[in-house]
Design a protein around this ligand. Sequence first.
Ligand SMILES: [Zn+2]
Length: 308
Amino acid sequence: MSGVKLLPLWRFWLVAGLVAFQILLLAVSHDRPVLNCMGVFFILAFAVSIYRSPDFDFLLYAATCRRLPGRGFVLRFKVRLVEKKALQTYADFCQREYDDLVRLFGFSLRHQVSIYLFGSANEIKRITRTLYDLPCDGKFKITIQAALPHSACVHPDTDAILMPVDEEFQTTVRHELAHLFARRIGPEDFLFKCEGLAMWVEYQGQSPRLSDHAISVLKEMKTLESFLDDTLFFAPSTCYASYEIARSFAGFLIERFGWATYCGFYKHAKHGKFLAAFEEAFSMTLADAEALWREDIGSEPKSDACIS
Ligand SMILES: [Zn+2]
């Protein structure tokens, strides 16, 4: 399974299993029933834990995939899933987007990306088990990346992209690849920042008007600073709008201050330092930039009068 790193949990239980095996050998060779029982217990725990791990089905799926290598990525698929001709089309989409992002970001990814093809978003959900459903542990960020507005995701512990084969394949793979490229610029803190850039890349720098829903959410949230709270960003009532707003604001910053300045900001905007990094990079506060952006998009300035 080259291209898929073994997961930390898997590694832990691999070590535990090896230790258990040593205990068992020791117990058998010295005829020690207590150690013997311990060995059996640990081996059973090892097997059950791996089976119950959310990664088990995915690793099993990954192990039985065929591969079609490209430059910088490898497409992994089940033969039953896609015809040979269609497969080449998906590989061409991936190559085109990967090469385009190399030009945009100015570097390649350090590792070959595995792009797994699935029959549907539901299949990804079934095979990754809890990947989509973990609410707020360490995988929260990736979980929400996985959910909207795309059904694809970047696997939290690998550089793999999990893609349903559907009509939005090309734009979705561009979005998910953008996340991997952006990881090399700066940390994945703040969904507002990460999804803003990924969406802007997905839309190829175009700035479509915000939908009415996004405008009304914007008024409700009062300030862009509210979107720095990941839970609010992804609240069911606002998440679609959050992606739109983040995309629009990222586009505004890139157009106004340039790609290099934006990347400098992206690099330094870590937890607890977003506002300071923003001010340092753009020489203005988030609130001041927001006022200019609102003028640009034609949204009313924030005031109590417009929150009704
Ligand atoms: Zn995303």
